[in-house]
Design a protein around this ligand. Structure first.
Ligand SMILES: Nc1ncnc2c1ncn2[C@@H]1O[C@H](COP(=O)(O)OP(=O)(O)OP(=O)(O)O)[C@@H](O)[C@H]1O
Ligand SMILES: [Mg+2]
Length: 261
């Protein structure tokens, strides 16, 4: 099993990248649950890779057993949050994650993808055992996980530090950047940095020490850069403009506020 962290400031392209990773991994796992806080991953459903299920008041009352029964008939599913408050979503996620972990084992691989993970595993307050267990249980755990967040400073530190693979983009705030604690100069994650420390060869762009960049066209993000690193000491600079996705990503872009001319 693997635990992967996907973190960057808002709008950097985490959910886009996460969807591509889900698209790639859905066929490879026996059980997949995507905890879709903002209802963005429907494109995976449209492409026939997963079922879609809206999680609201009724599902709030489901026990771990109920979730196990549910996953038996919906082994790959996008679970969209509907009108549940963050604390309610956290509780539902905990029960569903426990069910997924119970079903996973040597002969059944499972993947839990948690977007807006700082609501499910917040740094402040206690986090449910099922969630903590997903992030911390060692080699025996059958369930892999992907934690997606824009607020590293608000994500439970144990969860963040347990991830054995990290894909981290830009962060404008130093509080979030301070949590990355990388083995390379941290200011590569500051998109506003004018000049940054000498980077290891793998992280340079054509030999140049540049901070991570986000690329826009007509005000819309068309790609962004990331540092992939893992516990084996490997690292790589990635540019999502080099990647293409089969499914459609329905991002909540929001509406821009216009200034008068
Ligand atoms: N490589 C890419 N190619 C095309 N569009 C992209 C790419 N990366 C990001 N985008 C687009 O940029 C917008 C922002 O991306 P996304 O929603 O993934 O950001 P995010 O980091 O998850 O933000 P938030 O923290 O607010 O959820 C989306 O409309 C998304 O489709
Ligand atoms: Mg997102």
């Amino acid at each position: 099993m693997t635990r992967r962290l996907l973190a960057a400031m808002s709008g950097w392209g985490k959910s886009w990248y996460a969807q591509l990773l889900f698209e790639t991994n859905l066929p490879k796992f026996d059980l997949v649950a995507i905890f879709d806080y903002k209802d963005e991953y429907r494109g995976l459903v449209k492409a026939g890779l997963a079922n879609h299920y809206i999680v609201g008041e009724r599902e709030k009352a489901w026990s771990v057993d109920d979730w196990e029964t549910f996953f038996e008939s919906n082994p790959k599913v996008v679970l969209a949050r509907h009108r549940l408050k963050p604390e309610e979503w956290q509780e539902v996620t905990a029960s569903a994650v426990q069910a997924l972990r119970n079903l996973a084992g040597p002969s059944r691989s499972a993947l839990a993808g948690v977007d807006e993970a700082h609501f499910v595993a917040p740094q402040s307050g206690k986090i449910p055992d099922a969630i903590e267990g997903l992030a911390t249980t060692g080699r025996g755990e059958g369930a892999s996980s992907m934690w997606i967040t824009q607020r590293l400073a608000k994500l439970d530190e144990t969860v963040g530090s347990q991830c054995d693979e990290r894909i981290v983009g830009g962060f404008s705030g130093d509080r979030d950047r301070g949590k990355i604690d990388p083995e390379y100069p941290e200011d590569v994650h500051n998109p506003q940095a004018r000049s940054i420390a000498r980077l290891p060869e793998e992280l340079r762009v054509d030999g140049e020490n540049l901070p991570l960049r986000r690329f826009e066209e007509n005000g819309s993000t068309i790609g962004s850069e990331w540092v992939y690193s893992n516990n084996k000491g490997e690292m790589e600079r990635r540019d999502t403009r080099d990647l293409s996705m089969e499914t459609t990503h329905y991002g909540p872009e929001g509406h821009p506020i216009h200034d008068p001319n």
